[in-house]
Design a protein around this ligand. Structure first.
Ligand code: F6P
Length: 348
């Protein structure tokens, strides 16, 4: 059986363990693997690489993806490339494909399976941890760990200089990274997209802390937090344009926006730090190595069993198969009913 593997969307630590897990298990099933480079672009253009044992056996500790990635969407209505993908599939003589990615990549995987009959299985990844029907995705633990380290460092210098530091973290639609890092670092305030920012409450809390002598602080802000757009200048927005999936990335703006608001209200020097892609790099944590490997192994088993249209997911401590059609299309958000618990930790 000839099995393709691709990694699509934003990279994250754990992709290489997942590729490795799939290949090591697949070799036991007698599969021959073809790596498709640069996500779906690899299937569009027939960009391939060999994936023998030697290429994967030592990659468990490696960040990024040895297959490279892209945000190419073959179903982009403005520039569809579905026919090209189907032609490549035939030319490469593929029997099945393991698609490793987040919601965008797996939506395309689902569509190839349901609309074009391709034998596709999915492996969920995203540092945002916002994919539904799986408890965690690999990439999240490492990214949140990197952001936590940054938060700790910022707090040291904030305390020394009596400043407030705003840390803007990634998470395109969901606040999981901000929530975990904010709680883990003991932040003074946390802004997540699931809960509209209550500026009055945030400022009142920070003032209360200032008035009892705490002239420094840390505010963790998710990049996806909604701020009054009319207050964002054209200069701040720059030339940001929707990507192939229609998303306008706002990362890099909200942290600065919050810092200005806080400084104006409190009279304490407030600076913003945008962590950006630093969160996506580096060696995967143990959790991400273990989870990535396990979902990769499961994907090879799903191919062997002919269970196409399925995705390997984490439920509790078990790796289970869920339907791609159930998993994609909605983002797993931080449940707003968690907010009172969060508030009781930050509003002192
Ligand atoms: O989806 C993962 C993610 O890292 C988001 O947190 C972030 O908004 C986005 O990717 C950034 O994408 P890019 O690297 O394409 O700018």
């Amino acid at each position: 059986m000839r099995v393709g593997i691709l990694t699509g969307g934003g990279d994250c630590p754990g992709l290489n363990p997942a590729i490795r897990g799939a290949v090591l298990r697949g070799l036991d099933h007698g599969f021959e693997f073809v790596g498709l480079r640069l996500g779906w672009k690899g299937l569009v253009e027939g960009l391939t690489t060999e994936l023998p044992l030697e290429k994967v056996e030592d990659i468990v500790r490696q960040g990024g993806t040895i297959l490279s990635s892209s945000r190419t969407n073959p179903f982009n209505p403005k520039d569809p490339k579905v026919e090209e993908c189907l032609a490549t599939w035939i030319r490469l003589n593929l029997d099945a494909l393991i698609a490793i990615g987040g919601d965008d990549t797996l939506t395309a995987a689902k569509r190839f399976h349901h609309e074009h009959g391709l034998n596709v299985v999915g492996v969920p990844k995203t540092m945002d941890n916002d994919l539904d029907h799986t408890d965690y995705t690999f990439g999240f633990d490492t990214a949140a760990g990197v952001a936590l380290d940054a938060a700790d460092r910022l707090l040291d210098t904030a305390r020394s200089h009596h400043r407030i530091l705003v840390l803007e973290v990634m998470g395109r639609y969901a606040g999981w990274v901000a929530l975990h890092v904010g709680i883990g670092a003991g932040a003074d305030w946390i802004c997540i997209p699931e809960v509209p920012v209550n500026f009055e409450e945030m400022i009142a809390t920070l003032k209360r802390k200032r008035d009892r002598g705490k002239h420094w602080g840390l505010v963790v802000v998710s990049e996806a937090v909604k701020v009054p757009v009319e207050e964002l200048s054209a200069e701040q927005l720059g030339d940001r344009k929707p990507d192939a999936f229609g998303h306008v990335p706002l990362g890099g703006i909200v942290g600065e926006f919050m810092a200005k608001r806080i400084e104006a209200a409190l009279g304490i020097e407030t600076r913003a730090a945008v962590l950006g892609h630093v969160q996506r790099g580096g060696s995967p944590s143990l959790f991400d190595r273990f989870l990535g490997t396990r979902v990769g192994v499961m994907a090879a088993d799903l191919v062997k069993e002919g269970r196409f249209g399925m995705m390997a997911a984490l439920h509790g401590t078990e790796i289970v198969a869920v339907k791609l059609s159930d998993a994609v299309g909605t983002n797993k958000q931080v449940p707003p009913d968690m907010w009172p618990e969060v508030l009781s930790l930050i509003n002192k």
